[in-house]
Structures are given as C-alpha cells and as structure tokens.
Design a protein around this ligand. Structure first.
Ligand SMILES: CC(C)(COP(=O)(O)OP(=O)(O)OC[C@H]1O[C@@H](n2cnc3c(N)ncnc32)[C@H](O)[C@@H]1OP(=O)(O)O)[C@@H](O)C(=O)NCCC(=O)NCCS
Length: 201
C-alpha cells in the first residue's frame, strides 16, 4: 500500500469515508470545466471512490493508480492524483490531478504532482512521464511546467469534448531530465543512448 508524506501532504489510497470530501469538489462545474467528466452527484462520487479504492497500487496487470491527497495540517481531503501506465512496453506514465478550489493557489497541487512524478520515475521505473490537458487549462499547464515538464505539443482541435472542438496540450519530462532537475535525487548512471540506469539506486 502506498502512503507518502511530503512537507504539507499525506498521499494515500482512497477509503470509503472519502466519498463526502470527494463530492465537495468533484460536484463543482468549475472543477470539471476542462475535464472529460461532468459535475458528479453524491451517488456517482460513491461509484468513483469505490473504483479508486481498488486502484491502490500500480503493476503491469493493474496499470492505474489513484490516490487521495490530504492536507496534513487539517487532515482534509483536498484533491486526488492519478498515475496511468498505459504503454508498459515503452515505460510511459501519465499523470492526472484534480484539486478542491478552496485549497488551490498555495502550491499544494504542485507539491502532490511533484511527488507523483518522482514516484513514477523512482518506484515505477518510468522513462517518460507525460500529462495532457485542455489547451485552455492554463493552471494545469503552469503546474506541469512548475514541476519540470516541458510543453511538447499543442494539438489544435484534436478532440470533441462537451459539444465543442478542443485543443490538447501535451507536457512531458524524461527520466534523464528529472534526475537532472531534482537535486535531491540519487545519482543515476546514463548509457550511450541517454537511458538512465534504474537498476542501480
Ligand atoms: C490544475 C490545478 C490543480 C491547479 O491548481 P493551482 O492552484 O494552480 O496549483 P497549486 O495548488 O500548485 O498552486 C499554485 C499557485 O500557488 C502559488 N504558490 C504559493 N506557494 C507555492 C509553493 N510553495 N509552491 C508552488 N506554488 C506556490 C503558485 O505561485 C501558483 O500561483 P499562481 O496560480 O498565481 O501562479 C487546479 O486548477 C484544478 O484542480 N483544476 C480543476 C481540475 C483540472 O483541471 N485538473 C487538471 C486536468 S489536466
């Protein structure tokens, strides 16, 4: 079971008692504005949280990790993060994150996503971590850039979401870049192809 702490957060698997807190922010239209999802009622939140409870670890046969983000000082659920491992043979991991607007603007989401990206490289063995968002979601792009991801692509009207054509921005960071930007990371050797040796922590 994954339970992590950062300076201000506890990041842990979902539990049934998270349904109410999850509903508090997932029921807001503003939170869902640039997501594929719509605002969820309490019953729908129960279904989603029950599914997320089962996504508490990540393996090649269970390639989705969903975790609850708790503010340590208040012990309140303030958001959730997601790590997908859709292309196992290519070691590509996808991040996702949704936070309660009452907790944003303090760097808490950035702190959670920074932990998530480190986890993807250190523990899952990702070679590349990427995130995708609606081209209008400036807060999401800014967050990924703060964590160290580069904007790799801005795809024009490549999706039809909620009745309109939407752009998609793809941001990513390679293991080599991550270990270069994170001064706290362990030294990894790099082979001639630029691959980081993950077998030698
Ligand atoms: C995307 C989302 C998580 C970004 O939230 P956010 O508040 O911008 O991110 P953070 O909580 O990390 O806060 C960053 C802000 O706090 C500031 N900040 C304060 N202290 C900070 C610290 N210690 N570290 C980093 N930033 C800090 C930053 O400067 C930034 O301020 P700014 O927006 O004025 O530039 C949020 O908008 C959200 O959940 N949206 C709805 C769901 C969604 O769209 N998810 C993404 C799908 S792709």
């Amino acid at each position: 079971m994954i339970i992590a702490t950062t300076d201000r957060l506890i990041i842990r698997p979902f539990v049934l008692s998270d349904i109410e807190g999850f509903h508090r922010y997932r029921s807001l239209p503003s939170v869902n504005r640039y997501l594929y999802s719509e605002a969820l009622d309490l019953e729908a939140c129960g279904v989603v949280v029950n599914r997320k409870i089962t996504e508490s670890s990540i393996t090649t046969t269970s390639p989705v990790l969903s975790l609850a983000v708790i503010e340590a000082a208040t012990e309140v659920l303030i958001g959730d993060v997601f790590l997908g491992w859709p292309r196992v043979e290519h070691s590509q991991a996808e991040i996702g994150y949704v936070f309660d607007p009452s907790s944003t603007g303090q760097g808490l989401a950035t702190e959670a996503v920074r932990w998530l990206v480190g986890f993807a490289f250190d523990e899952v063995g990702a070679h590349r971590v990427f995130g995708r968002c609606d081209g209008r979601n400036e807060a999401s792009v800014a967050l990924m850039r703060r964590v160290g991801l580069r904007v790799e692509a801005h795809l024009l009207q490549n999706e039809f979401v909620k009745g309109e054509w939407t752009d998609e921005v793809v941001c990513a960071i390679l293991d080599l870049e991550w270990y270069g930007v994170d001064s706290k990371c362990r030294h990894r050797s790099v082979d001639w192809l630029g691959r980081v040796d993950l077998s030698n922590p």
